[in-house]
Every structure is written in C-alpha cells, then in structure tokens.
Design a protein around this ligand. Structure first.
Ligand SMILES: *Cc1c(COP(=O)(O)O)cnc(C)c1O
Length: 440
C-alpha cells in the first residue's frame, strides 16, 4: 500500500489511476505527475516517524510511489550533507550561503535519486531490464543502481560519446549500445526498444516515477532547514526535472505543515542553451489556464497578487555566447519537463537566469577552492547564477541561500580541466620550488 492518489497529466490535467509508464493518452503527449493523498499522510505523523528513521532518501516512504516493503538498493543514498560556506557566499556577494553536496551520492550525481526509484519500482513490478539514452549522469546512475540490485541496464549512446563515460558504464556491467547517430535518434531508438522488448524506461520525459526520486532532495532540504528556512534555492536546469522535483519536495513538506516557509527557486541555464529561461521570459507559461486557476499557490511572497511573478535576469555576456555550452549535463535544447520546471519557477515566485560558459568555469574553480566540493560545469552553473542574481539585485546580501551542487567534476574531468590552470613540473631537487616560494 502507498499514499498515491492520482496520476495527473501536467498538460491537460486529466487524472487517471492507471499507473503504467506512458504519456497521457488524452492529450497525446503530456507527462504525468504523481499526486499524493497528503491529508492521509498527515504532517504530525510524518514528523514523528521521521525522527526514528535512518538518514537516507528512503526515510520519506509515505511520499514515494513504491510499496513500503519494496526491495531497495543496499547502497545508502541521499540525505547528502548541507553546510554553510561563508567564503563562497562572499565571492557571490552574500554574507554567507549554504551548499548541498549531491556529489556524495554513489555515482557522484543527483541523478542517483531518480535511478534509485526506477530500480526499486522496476523490481517491485517484476521487471529485470532497464534502459535509458544518455551521455552522462543518468546513464552512470542507472548503471550503478542496476549493478547494486542485480538488474540489467541497457544504455543507448550517440556514437561519439566520450570514452571515460562508456568505460564507466561497461565497468558497472551495463550493456552499452552506441547508435550511429546523435543523441536524439539514440533517445528515440531507446523508446522503441523499450516498447518492443517490454524494458523499463528510465526517462523523465515519459516516466513520472523518476521525479519522485529527485523530490527527495527537496524533502531533505526542508528537513535540514526547518528552524531557519531558506529564501532562495538555486538549481541548474536542463530538462527541468531536477528543479521541479526539488520544488515538489519543498512544497509537500510545506503543505504537510512541516516546513514553515517556502523558498523561491532560482533556475540557472547556460547562455547558449536556455529554452526554459526564454519560455519564462516570454510569458508563454504565465498566460496559461493553470496559472489563473492556481493564483493562490504559495501566495505571492510579498502579498501582492497582481505583481508579475516572473523575473528573468539577462546577462550581457550572453549576447555572443553561441548556441551550445560546455556544461554537458544542462546542454538540452528541447527540454522534456519544461512545464514542470516552469511551474516550479512560477509557483515559487522565483527567477530564471542564464550564465556564460566563462562564468561557469570561474564558478567551478571558486566553488572547489572555497568549499572543497569539486563540481562539474553543470553544477557550477548554479553558483555562477547566484552571483549574477545577486549583482542584479534579485537576491540580497543577507538572504538565506542554498545552492545544490548536482554533480561531481570527476564525472566531466575534461571540461573541469579548462577552469583550473596547470601544475608545475620540477627537476628532482628543490631549487625551482625554492625560487618559486622565496619570490613570495
Ligand atoms: C541532469 C543534471 C542537471 C539538470 O537536471 P534536469 O533534470 O535535466 O534539469 C544538473 N546538473 C547535473 C550534474 C545533472 O546531471
């Protein structure tokens, strides 16, 4: 048994109690969102139970769409550390800031939360092969989770996928299929293969279970900040599932009466590839029926319901930044969870911003240097976005701000290399070193 109430299409809003993984047949292409019976969960009971549970993402079992007793990965996941980083805050123009370190998950990225729910759900419904198309962290995390659970992973990659990523997947025992084409075709072929062979589809664009794993990060942030809730949560955005998941978790904890105040969400994309920032700016979403109907959600933080909620910060540097980005994990030009992401920005009265690759590389180095957490470019984008938002006056210097570091620099070492300078090489005595240090 669980507390799932309904599956609701994010596009046409029709609900169903059919829990199979597919797009909404009514409008034809809407993704489902899983709704929970929060009145039945009750915040008071939830708080009591939480005090007795282990610190992993599974502590929120009432808010997860898998059976309570389901077999889960034995590798502990989630409940990643959150800590204050004053010096990085100062670099961003703030009195201080907090970081949530998602690099500490088993395959060193946030994606493990989604893959963990995927393998648990797949096993609970008797499926033994899971597939996804990805060049990066989604594939890595699925490989890792399937290895732990004794399940088969099939990963579709574009032929030009970089070797280190392929080797990691092969090490996990995944079946790696390189498609002689780009990512889009690999993605389509993966969906076809899932339909043909009945494999479990690990893809946020179709599978609504995955965002529920990502949601656990928001549930954790709520629990870790109860006494002093944040004003802003900063998250980088590719497909949009991550920011939507984190928001959903925060929202549920607020709705349960556990988190006293909701933060605003700052979504960060790269200048070259920023469809969600543009959609938010273009008011495409704000005019929707959904917005009219839900005008009271998270009541406009300053109380004036008339004020436009959108806030887009444009970066001068973006003008000449091309049409791509080195931040691989957020290089998504047709995001498949844009509605969910735009809702998160809108409901939270948040803001969207794009930053240049140059700013991302600078933020990568500063984050590693000032906190000891080594982010990949997509994760560092959030730090760069925070700095920009502070400069633009959207975030003020004494706001309480949390940045989610979504993935480790070790997952994309080549690009990280562009940010960090060079080592020095010396002969086998200390002469040159002495010269270097005496100069100081
Ligand atoms: C996937 C990913 C993101 C963005 O998540 P979306 O759900 O695609 O928006 C950000 N950072 C890292 C490290 C990622 O792997």
């Amino acid at each position: 048994m669980d507390y799932v109430a309904d599956f609701r299409c994010v596009k046409c809003e029709v609900t169903t109690n059919d829990r199979s993984i597919k797009l909404c047949p009514v409008c034809g292409d809407g993704v489902y969102d899983i709704e929970f019976d929060l009145d039945a969960v009750t915040g008071k009971k939830m708080s009591q139970r939480l005090s007795t549970r282990a610190n992993t993402m599974w502590r929120y079992s009432e808010l997860l769409p898998v059976p309570f007793g389901a077999e889960k990965p034995s590798n502990p996941l989630g409940f990643t550390p959150m800590f204050e980083c004053q010096s990085l805050g100062i670099w961003c123009g703030l009195e201080s800031m907090y970081v949530k370190d998602e690099t500490r998950n088993p395959s060193a990225s946030f994606k493990d939360r989604a893959s963990a729910v995927a393998v648990t759900h797949a096993k609970s419904i008797g499926q033994s092969t899971l597939a996804c198309a990805s060049t990066g962290n989604a594939a890595g995390s699925l490989g890792s989770m399937c290895a732990n659970m004794g399940l088969n992973a099939v990963i579709f990659l574009p032929e030009n996928a970089p070797d280190p990523k392929v080797i990691k997947l092969l090490a996990y025992g995944a079946k790696v299929v390189k498609v002689r084409a780009g990512y889009t075709r690999a993605y389509e072929l993966c969906n076809e293969a899932c339909a043909q062979y009945g494999w479990y589809n690990r893809n946020c664009a179709i599978n609504p279970y995955l965002i529920e794993g990502k949601k656990t990060c928001g549930l954790e942030i709520a629990e870790q900040s109860l006494m002093n809730p944040f004003d802003w949560i900063v998250v980088s955005v590719g497909d949009g599932c991550t920011i939507a998941g984190i928001w959903k978790g925060l929202w549920q904890m607020h709705r349960l009466g556990i988190l006293p105040k909701l933060p605003k969400m700052l979504g960060v994309q790269a200048c070259g590839v920023s469809p969600i920032v543009k959609a938010f700016e273009g008011d495409v979403f704000n005019k929707s029926e959904w917005r009219k109907k839900n005008n009271t959600v998270s009541a406009f933080l300053d109380g004036s319901a008339e004020k436009p909620r959108k806030c887009v910060i444009t970066t001068p540097e973006c003008a000449d930044n091309g049409t791509s980005t080195l931040a691989d994990s957020i290089n998504v030009d047709s995001p498949r969870n844009s509605i969910k992401a735009l809702k998160a920005l809108d409901e939270s009265a948040g803001a969207a911003i794009s930053v240049s690759d140059n700013e991302i590389l600078k933020a990568l180095h500063q984050c590693a240097k000032l906190t000891g957490v080594f982010p990949e470019p997509a994760a560092a984008a959030s730090v760069a976005g925070l700095k920009r938002a502070k400069e633009a006056g959207v975030i003020s210097n004494n706001d309480r701000v949390l940045v989610v570091i979504t993935g480790s620099g070790l997952n994309d070492i080549q690009n990280a290399g562009k940010a960090v300078g060079k080592a020095i090489t010396i002969d086998v005595d200390l002469t040159e070193l002495n010269e270097l240090y005496c100069e100081r």
